[in-house]
Design a protein around this ligand. Structure first.
Ligand code: PAF
Length: 301
């Protein structure tokens, strides 16, 4: 069987990440892209590779063939409904890989589709869509993959092979939830500040609004992680937040981009998740609550 004869990969979500993966996979395997409006649209766009060269990508209309894997690349608030909308066409043994930021949406989906092989992926790959609609592969990273359901364990090797058709760096992590917690702490400590101050990641450092709150944000996240069986020092979370903000100084965070584009943000799966999960553990998270309210209000302005 040639790679092109494999069952197609269904990518749900046509944002920057969905288009990046579709463009990188499509030379080697047939790809279908399910967008918000239809599952059978032909999509054409330019992908600018890391090395700087441009490639015209055309993802053809979907066939009726059942997919061999499903990559869910919508924003976190849309993931469960988008997957549910197509789930009756997905055979029960087909791996489903969730790429959402934050926490909560992946666990809800894994619970709902608990008999299926469901994975979470956490990626540091950088991509955005520029003003001209081109997809820019902006930074090389690593994509970590780990099982969320019991049946996913038996499909891990096959799913790694599938994702590696993208020629990106794919690694497995048996404790993917630990990685999601770390990413949650980074997002909770960077994203709302960049959205509220309206600045690139690096400019939150030293800004009074950030400096007055970041220690408390990290203390609240650390208390929740401790209560969830993932002990961590608040100071080390804060050091990590500052380090990532420094290393991604020129980036416009996903939340700032969402606010600027008038899209729903992922605040409920980031600081909002910290607030909700803290309540369940009898903890208080007032600063994460303040940030959640402020960003929620911002997107309604
Ligand atoms: O959401 C984002 O934008 C990214 O996860 C991060 C790490 C904050 C960098 O911009």
């Amino acid at each position: 069987m040639t790679e092109k004869e494999r069952a197609p990969i269904l990518i749900i979500g046509a944002g920057a990440m969905g288009r990046l993966w579709a463009g990188l996979l499509s030379p080697r395997v047939s790809v279908r892209l399910a967008t918000r409006s239809t599952t059978s649209a032909t999509l054409q766009y330019t992908l600018v590779h890391l090395e700087g060269h441009s490639e015209r990508i055309e993802i053809g209309p979907s066939s009726n063939a059942p997919p061999g894997s499903v990559l869910v690349m919508t924003k976190a608030p849309d993931a469960e409904s988008a997957l549910t909308a197509v789930s009756s066409h997905i055979p029960p043994d087909v791996p489903i890989i969730l790429f959402q930021n934050g926490m909560g949406s992946q666990q809800d989906i894994a619970k709902r589709f608990s008999q299926r092989p469901v994975f979470a992926a956490s990626t540091t790959e950088g991509a955005y869509i520029d003003d001209g609609g081109r997809v820019i592969h902006a930074g090389r990273g690593t994509t970590w993959l780990g099982p969320l359901t019991t049946t996913a364990h038996t499909r891990l090797d096959q799913t790694m092979i599938t994702l590696r058709l993208s020629e990106l760096d794919i690694q497995s992590d048996p404790d993917i939830e630990g990685r999601l917690w770390q990413k949650l702490a980074i997002n909770a400590g960077i994203n709302p500040f960049t959205a509220l101050i309206d600045c690139p990641n690096g400019e939150i450092l030293g800004h009074p609004y950030f400096e007055e709150r970041i220690a408390d944000v990290c203390r609240e996240v650390a208390a929740l992680m401790q209560a969830s069986g993932r002990p961590v020092e608040a100071q080390s979370l804060e050091a990590h937040v500052r380090d990532v903000a420094r290393r991604t100084a020129a980036n416009s965070s996903s939340m700032r981009q969402d606010v600027r584009a008038g899209r729903t943000t992922e605040i409920d799966m980031m600081n909002g998740f910290v607030v909700q999960a803290s309540v369940i553990h009898g903890l208080d998270a007032p600063v994460n609550c303040e940030l959640t309210d402020a960003v929620t209000h911002l997107k309604q302005d």
